[in-house]
Design a protein. Structure first.
Length: 169
């Protein structure tokens, strides 16, 4: 199977680098004198913020292969095997993985349009969304909202997403 990489746009990294360069004059304002004032060293910490944004923009994302998902953040990553994932569900412009223990994890840099590529990397098939047209409506499950976005359950992901089931393994 192929490996799929999902990353944020490179412009985030470039914006962090540009902000770093723009912050240099502010961060070094006290170093042009013979006696360096104590606040000058504190101002150097300003450079850490755009540097962190640049590193996060370069590193953050989600990798998918036949073994599972790797979700990368600024300084950490998390590996989740497919056997621990109950379903993948879109919510607005994000995709969440609901784990078998009930927790929902946001997949960094994965949009609903990327779901077919994500599932192809897993070697599984997309199951049809659950349709309950014939089922009676109840108050506990209000169904889709008026704006077309599905109602959320307690885990923070939609009640009826277009899902990928781990049972197909």
């Amino acid at each position: 199977m192929e490996r799929a990489r999902f990353r944020y746009n490179v412009s985030i990294c470039l914006a962090g680098i540009l902000a770093f360069l723009g912050a240099i004059p502010v961060a070094t304002v006290g170093f042009g004198h013979e006696d360096v004032p104590p606040y000058a060293y504190v101002l150097l910490l300003i450079l850490l913020v755009p540097l962190a944004v640049a590193v996060w923009g370069w590193r953050a994302g989600t990798d998918a292969d036949a073994n599972g998902l790797r979700i990368r953040a600024l300084i950490s990553s998390r590996r989740i095997p497919w056997s621990d994932i109950a379903l993948l569900g879109p919510r607005r412009r994000r995709v969440y993985a609901q784990l078998t223990d009930g927790r929902a994890i946001k997949l960094a840099a994965v949009s609903p349009a990327d779901l077919p590529r994500l599932v192809a990397a897993s070697g599984q098939q997309i199951t049809e969304p659950v349709r309950d047209d014939a089922a009676p409506a109840d108050d506990a499950n209000p169904g889709p909202a008026e704006d077309g976005i599905p109602a959320e359950n307690a885990s923070g992901i939609p009640d009826r997403p277009a899902s990928v089931s781990a049972e197909d393994q």
